[in-house]
Design a protein around this ligand. Structure first.
Ligand code: ASP
Length: 586
C-alpha cells in the first residue's frame, strides 16, 4: 500500500493513528538528534520526524534524502509542539517508523516553491516540475473545476456536448490556419479549426438546437503575451433564439461560474453599444472598474492659434482625479514619453493641473488663459487637485491612444482593484471593416455574422459609405477590460450569405468552393440561429486576477510558438516527407 492518507489530510484529531504517506521531499532539516522532512503531494505538505536516538538507521537514511526524492513512510501521527498555523496539517507531524525510497531525484533546476528562482524558459523546459509548484498547480485545478461547472450549467440548460472534427477545411476567423498534409490525398491539406464555427451552424441545421463544446482552437498568429497558437473555447450555438436569449444564457453561465468557483455574486451585466464604448472609453473592451470617461473639447478648444488643436479632427481628454499633488512635472514628462513610444504613438500629451490653491498650470498656457481653462474644468467636471490630460488628432487614433493613457492612469492610481469584477456586454459591432491596404472589406466578427434586421436592406443595396456603417447582430462579453467572449446571430439565408461573401471580395466560384457545403445546407431548412464562444483560458486567468493565460495551460507554447519541453516544432525525416508528398523530387 502506498498511502492511507494524502499529505494534506491529517489533523489533530488523527493523533495516535498509524498512517502510510507517499510523496515528494520538499525539504529536510537536521536539528541535533532530530531530522525533519516535509513531504509534499498535490494535496499539501506533512512534516515527518526521524529520531537519531530511537532509530539511528532510519534517521541516517532520512539524512541522505535529496529534494524531490519520492518516498513512502509509515508512522504515527502525533501533536506538534511547534505548530505551524500557515499549514492545514500544521498541528501534527509523523513519527516515522519505516521508510522506502521509491525513486531518487536529480536536484531540480529551480526551487519548487511558490516563489521560484527559475526563469520562464527553464520552468517551461521542466514544466512537469513547474506544475509541482502551488501557483501553477492551483491554476490547473481551477481550470478543471471551471470546465466541470460549465458542463453542469449548460447541461442544466439543455445543451448537448458534441465533438466536431479537428481535421477540416479552413474556416476563416481572420487568422492563418495551421495545416496538416494528407498522406492519402497527395498535394492536399487539412486545416486545423480556428473554431468549430461552420460545424456548429451545421448542427443547428441538423436540429440539435443547443450545442456546446469545450474545444481546442488553432490560430497561426504572431504571438503576444496573452495569446497561444492553440487555446480553448467554451463554444456554443442555439437555434430559434434572439440575441436576448444568448445574452441571458451566457450571462447566466458567467454568474454561475463566479458564484460556484469564487463565491462572487455578479449583478446584472450592463450593456453598451460599440459606438458608445469607443466614444466614452476609446476601446471596444473598456475596463469598467473605474470611470474616467472621455470628455471632448473639439467644439471649444479650436481657434486659438494652437495648430495642434486647430488641425485636429478630435480633441479629447481624461481627468485624473486628485493627481495634482502626485504628479510632478517630471512624472508628466515620463508619462508623455511613455505615450510617445511607437507602440502608442501619441505626438504629445497636453496637461492642465488644477492646484489646490486655485493656481492653474498647463502646457498650453501660451494659448489658453485661465478663463478658457476654467471652461475646460467645467466641461470635465474637474475639481481643484485634479489633472487633465488632453490629446488631439485623428478621431480613431486619438481615442485609441487616450484609452491607453486611461488604463495607465487607472493602474497608477490603483483603480484596477484585484478581486473586483466588472462585466459588460458590448453590442452592435460594425458588420464590415474596410482595409485601406488590401482595398477590401473584412468581416469584423466573421463572415457568418448577420447584420441587424434593420440593416438587411442596406446591406443588399447600399453604397460604400452605407456598407461601412452597417451594424452586425454581434456581441462581446468583456470583464475588467478583457474580451472574454464574442458571438453573433448568424445569417441563415442562402442568398444573404452569398451576398456577404460577395461584399467580402469572394468570387461566386471561391465562395462556392470554400463554403458551398454551408450554403447548400441553408437550402435544407436552416433555422434562425446564433451563438457565442468564451475564451476558456482567458476566463480562468481573469477570474484569478492574472494577466497571462499561459499559467492556466498545463503545457503552453512560448512566444515563438515553441514547446521547449518536447522541442516542437521539429524537423521530420525524408521518408516521412516523401510519404506526405512534401519533398520536391529533383
Ligand atoms: N467562432 C467565433 C469565435 O471564435 C465565436 C462565435 O461567433 O460563436 O470568435
Amino acid at each position: 500500500m502506498y498511502r492511507t492518507h494524502t499529505n494534506g489530510e491529517l489533523r489533530i484529531g488523527d493523533t495516535g493513528k498509524e498512517v502510510v504517506l507517499s510523496g515528494w521531499v520538499q525539504s529536510g532539516r537536521d536539528f541535533g538528534g532530530l531530522t525533519f522532512v516535509d513531504l509534499r503531494d498535490r494535496y499539501g505538505i506533512t512534516q515527518l520526524v526521524f529520531s537519531m536516538d530511537e532509530n539511528p538507521e532510519l534517521c541516517s537514511l532520512a539524512r541522505t534524502l535529496g529534494r524531490e526524492y519520492v518516498v513512502r513512510v509509515t508512522g504515527i501521527v502525533r501533536e506538534r509542539s511547534n505548530k505551524n498555523p500557515n499549514r492545514a496539517t500544521g498541528d501534527i507531524e509523523i513519527d516515522v517508523r519505516e521508510m522506502t525510497i521509491l525513486n531518487a531525484s536529480k536536484t531540480p533546476p529551480f526551487t519548487i516553491e511558490n516563489e521560484s528562482d527559475g526563469g520562464d524558459d527553464i520552468r517551461m523546459k521542466y514544466r512537469y516540475l513547474d506544475i509541482r509548484r502551488d501557483p501553477v498547480k492551483e491554476n490547473i485545478i481551477f481550470r478543471s473545476k471551471c470546465g466541470i461547472e460549465t458542463r453542469k450549467y449548460l447541461d442544466g440548460q439543455g445543451f448537448i456536448e458534441i465533438e466536431t472534427p479537428f481535421l477540416i477545411k479552413s474556416t476563416p476567423e481572420g487568422a492563418r490556419d495551421f495545416v496538416v498534409p494528407s498522406r492519402m490525398n497527395p498535394g492536399q491539406f487539412y486545416a486545423l479549426p480556428q473554431s468549430p464555427q461552420t460545424f456548429k451552424q451545421l448542427l443547428m441545421v441538423a436540429g440539435m438546437d443547443k450545442y456546446f463544446q469545450i474545444v481546442k482552437c488553432f490560430r497561426d498568429e504572431d504571438l503576444r503575451a496573452d495569446r497561444q497558437p492553440e487555446f480553448t473555447q467554451i463554444d456554443c450555438e442555439m437555434a430559434f433564439i434572439t440575441r436576448e436569449d444568448i445574452l441571458n444564457t451566457f450571462e447566466g453561465l458567467t454568474k454561475h461560474l463566479f458564484k460556484s468557483l469564487l463565491d462572487v455574486e455578479l449583478g446584472d451585466f450592463p450593456r453598451m453599444s460599440y459606438d458608445e464604448a469607443l466614444e466614452k472609453f476609446g476601446s471596444d473592451k473598456p475596463d469598467l472598474r473605474f470611470d474616467m470617461q472621455f470628455t471632448y473639447l473639439t467644439d471649444i478648444a479650436k481657434g486659438r492659434d494652437f495648430s495642434v488643436f486647430d488641425t485636429a479632427e478630435t480633441i479629447v481628454g481624461i481627468c485624473a482625479q486628485g493627481q495634482a499633488d502626485n504628479m510632478s512635472n517630471k512624472d508628466i514628462k515620463t508619462l508623455t514619453e511613455w505615450m510617445q513610444r511607437p507602440q502608442i504613438g501619441a505626438k504629445g500629451v497636453i496637461y492642465v493641473k488644477f492646484e489646490h490653491d486655485g493656481t492653474i498650470r498647463s502646457s498650453v498656457g501660451k494659448f489658453f488663459d485661465d478663463a478658457a481653462l476654467l471652461e475646460w474644468k467645467a466641461r470635465f467636471g474637474a475639481q481643484d487637485g485634479d489633472v487633465l490630460f488632453v490629446l488631439a488628432g485623428e478621431t480613431e487614433k486619438t481615442r485609441k491612444q487616450l484609452s491607453e493613457l486611461r488604463l495607465e492612469m487607472g493602474r497608477r492610481m490603483g483603480l484596477m482593484k484585484p478581486g473586483e469584477f466588472k462585466p459588460l456586454w458590448v453590442l452592435d459591432f460594425p458588420l464590415l471593416e474596410w482595409d485601406e491596404e488590401a482595398q477590401r472589406f473584412f468581416a469584423m466578427h466573421h463572415p457568418f455574422t448577420s447584420p441587424k434586421k434593420e440593416y438587411v436592406d442596406q446591406m443588399k443595396s447600399g453604397d460604400f459609405e452605407t456598407l461601412k456603417r452597417l451594424k452586425a447582430d454581434a456581441y462581446d462579453l468583456v470583464i475588467n477590460g478583457n474580451e472574454i467572449g464574442g458571438g453573433s446571430i448568424r445569417i441563415h439565408d442562402r442568398d444573404l450569405q452569398s451576398k456577404n461573401f460577395d461584399l467580402l471580395g469572394f468570387t461566386k466560384e471561391e465562395a462556392q468552393e470554400q463554403f458551398g457545403f454551408l450554403m447548400g445546407a441553408f437550402e435544407f431548412g436552416a433555422p434562425p440561429h446564433g451563438g457565442i464562444a468564451f475564451g476558456f483560458d482567458r476566463l480562468c486567468a481573469v477570474m484569478n486576477n492574472q494577466t497571462s493565460i499561459r499559467d492556466f495551460i498545463a503545457f503552453p507554447k512560448n512566444n515563438q510558438g515553441r514547446d521547449v519541453m518536447i522541442d516542437a516544432p521539429s524537423k521530420i525525416d525524408d521518408a516521412q516527407l516523401d510519404e506526405l508528398h512534401l519533398r520536391l523530387k529533383g
